[in-house]
Design a protein around this ligand. Structure first.
Ligand code: 3H9
Length: 707
């Protein structure tokens, strides 16, 4: 038998070991070999029972996700799933007891294989789950039909719609597994299997009766879940398909329910939602792979940190370190500023506590990790400093010059600048190899993205250390190059340019925001600015004007500066692009003043305002993002298109089921995107310039940014 699935007999029990590192994914060969091994076990006169176990750190973590790309049509999927369902039925029909022994994870198809076994046992730290919805699909190997026969409809609905794995203890209590093994899993599994042989006990999950409470209340539970999902699913359709499949299990015999599951799975697997989510699955893992930084690049452990600046960002960054259990010095210029920063941190944690997500004890422990200071005392003890002072080049350079003196020569010096040149700080510090950008997103303690900005001289071990650290900080670290605004904000300038121009041309602030939230973003461009602070963008524009630059070529709308000059900084001042009930309130209403400004600015530029269709708003904004993204990619500031997608999904809440701006452009069609750039150039001016990479890809008939 192949190395992917091994067969041996121990103590009259056939042990079938799946060995397909790293996660024992069910590649087509693995499915087939499990099938063959079980048939061999049944025929083997030396075996009275069988155990299915995973080699390495886990049981089976699911079907091989890459294989779904080969299912181009619904019919492809129906044909393949017929085989899979029949295979699992053969396992279930095995004439000798078959026990799955779970450690690590039994996920997706892995849990479905286990459900088709007669019994399941697990280590106490094992987890089981049906995470398919995260990939835009539903369990497709009988999971929606068998799971509820084990654990009941309520839990099956939860597991199949939220995709979160559950602990072995919870699985045992619910009846998904039969025993938790203390000590050696294989020995425990063999012992368990032998008890079942003696009793000649074979239990087929598909023959288990639906629980009486589910016969009476199951369909209502499905209805309730649909109503809940309507509020939370944000445009995703797979969770609804999972509910439909579970309802089929309640209302149809097993075989007919299974056919319904296969049909629903087939619709999901070819959907753009699933393609986008699968793309995101691999893109998120690829960001950790930086071509010239090998996996074995030495890293240093970050045991102590310091943050300079206790403003909104600095405070959030200090919280991020403390949340990860890393002691952090928090420095401010004077005690008053320090106390303000600490008060905000405390208030944030109190909100977390009021939601029941933190205990008073955890609060005390976490706060104790943050040491406030107004001096550089103790900076010679830290492994990293994150600079989060005001976004001003001279101030930042002076800070780095100071940090170069007060820290150890091997200390990493990171800047949280959102736009400025990291190489300038590096030079100012006197040891450029240790300097880079750590660009957190607001609120820093919440948003998962960390842009790791590589300077000209940043050492490889400093990048590798940052990537490892980002995981410890519960962030997704993406390495980007050092251009103005890096990747996230450089592209955002084009997104905002279009939002401003559309306003001048005749769209309204609420209309533009609505188009983007309907698309799936948590907030539109104007709502986002009101949250982040209109003053932040205005100060960056002022700095750029002072050095003779603009953020995005094209007409520069005067409206944002007019709003800024009125002191309308957004939610914090009670007015920005919208009016708010009070400073700090989120209750907003549109403001006719903004429409009047738009009319005035349009008149100045000789623009005749017109109604603008929602489709044009979306197309212009998304085309601007993708075209600039293509430029970023070609210039090497992002390693892959997928890195840009990860940045947008984690930094700005771009809907995962659209796959990020670059993947979305691929689903629209690169030729269509290029045609739109050319159309806008003809309509609006030469500042709409096709990215050379986009032109080359379209000329070469390519459908993907990866060529
Ligand atoms: C399914 O089963 C559908 C069924 O209903 C059947 C229908 C017929 N396939 O995450 P890591 C790779 S759908 C292919 O860094 P960790 C991953 O890309 C599936 N590859 O490790 C990475 O590769 P690389 C349902 C996979 O320890 C490497 O393994 N199952 C798969 O942080 C290590 O991964 C899921 O959705 C896969 N299924 O976390 C579970 N899984 O090194 C998906 C992983 O080249 N997997 N890889 O970058 C996970 O959630 C995590 O990988 C897991 C381990 C928790 C298991």
């Amino acid at each position: 038998m192949s190395d992917l699935v091994r067969y041996e007999v121990k103590d009259r029990v056939a042990v079938i070991t799946v060995d397909n590192p790293p996660v024992n994914a069910l590649a087509p060969a693995v499915w087939a070999l499990i099938d063959q091994a079980v048939a061999r076990g049944v025929a083997d006169a030396n075996a009275d029972a069988m155990v299915l176990i995973g080699a390495g750190t886990t049981f089976i973590a699911g079907a091989d996700i890459k294989v779904f790309d080969t299912l181009k049509t619904r019919d492809d999927s129906m044909a393949r799933s017929a085989g899979t369902h029949a295979l699992l039925r053969r396992l279930e029909d095995a004439a000798k007891p078959l026990v799955s022994a779970i450690h690590g994870n039994a996920l997706g198809g892995g849990l479905e294989v286990a459900q088709a076994c007669h019994f399941r046992i697990a280590t106490k730290d094992a987890k089981v789950g049906q995470p398919e919805v995260m990939l835009g699909i539903i369990p497709g190997a009988g999971g929606t039909q068998r799971l509820l026969r084990l654990c009941g409809v309520k839990m099956a609905l939860e597991m199949c719609t939220d995709g979160k794995p559950v602990s072995a203890a919870k699985a045992l209590a619910a009846g998904i597994i039969d025993q938790i093994v203390d000590g050696d899993l294989l020995a425990g599994a063999i012992a368990f299997a032998k008890t079942k042989t003696q009793a000649h006990e074979i239990r087929k999950t598909r023959d288990l009766p639906i629980k009486p409470e589910d016969v009476s209340g199951g369909v209502a539970a499905c209805e309730a879940m649909r109503a809940a999902l309507a509020k939370t699913a944000r445009g995703a359709s797979a969770p609804f398909a999972a509910v439909n499949a579970i309802q089929a299990a309640l209302t149809l015999p097993f075989d007919a329910g299974s056919v319904r599951e296969r049909e629903l799975f087939a619709e999901c697997v070819v959907s753009s939602e699933s393609q986008a989510l699968r793309h995101m699955f691999f893109a998120e893992r690829d960001v950790a792979k930086v071509p010239d930084i090998p996996k074995d690049t030495p890293t240093r452990e970050i045991k102590r940190a310091a943050v300079v600046g206790a403003g909104t960002m600095g405070g959030g960054i200090a919280m991020t370190y403390a949340n990860a259990g890393i002691p952090v010095l928090l420095k401010e210029i004077d005690d008053a500023a320090l106390q303000r920063g600490l008060a905000t941190i405390r208030k944030n944690y109190e909100v977390t506590m009021s939601k029941g997500k933190m205990t008073a004890e955890q609060f005390e422990k976490t706060m104790a990790l943050i040491t406030p200071t107004t001096s550089y005392g103790g900076f010679d003890q830290v492994d990293i400093v994150v600079e989060a002072v005001f976004e001003n080049m001279d101030l930042k350079k002076a800070t780095f010059a100071e940090l170069g003196k007060v820290t150890r020569p091997d200390c990493v010096l990171a800047s949280n600048s959102s736009t400025l040149d990291v190489d300038e700080f590096a030079r100012a510090s006197g040891r450029p190899s240790k300097v880079l950008g750590h660009h957190f997103f607001s609120p820093a303690n919440v948003m998962k993205l960390l842009e790791i900005v590589r300077g000209r001289e940043t050492a490889k071990d400093v990048i590798a250390t940052s990537l490892k650290l980002s995981k410890k900080l519960n962030k997704v670290g993406v390495v980007v190059g050092n251009c103005f605004g890096f990747v996230a904000n450089r592209m955002l300038a084009y997104y905002m340019r279009e939002a401003y121009l559309l306003l001048e041309e005749g769209a309204s602030v609420p209309q533009i925001d609505q188009v983007l939230t309907d698309f799936g973003l948590p907030v539109g461009p104007y709502g986002m600015q009101d949250i982040a602070g209109i003053d932040v963008g205005a100060r960056i524009r002022q700095y750029l004007t002072s050095i003779g630059k603009t953020r995005a070529e094209g007409p520069q709308s005067a409206i944002p500066d007019r709003v800024f000059e009125l002191g309308r900084y957004g939610q914090k001042t009670g007015a920005g692009w919208y009016k708010y009930d009070a400073p700090g309130s989120r209750n907003r209403t549109p403001d006719p003043l903004i429409d009047r400004m738009a009319e005035e600015e349009a008149a100045k530029r000789g623009i005749k305002r017109r109604p603008i269709a929602d489709e044009e708003i979306l197309a212009r904004i998304m085309t601007a993002l993708a075209n600039e993204g293509a430029r970023v990619l070609e210039e090497g500031y992002a390693t892959r298109a997928g890195d840009i997608d990860v940045i947008y999904c984690y930094g700005f809440g771009f809907p995962r089921h659209r796959g990020g701006p670059m993947f979305y452009a691929e689903t629209v069609g690169l030729a269509t995107v290029l045609a739109r750039v050319k159309e806008y150039r003809a309509r609006f001016g030469d500042y709409w310039e096709p990215a050379p990479l986009l032109e080359r890809l379209v000329a070469g008939n390519k459908s993907s940014f990866e060529g």
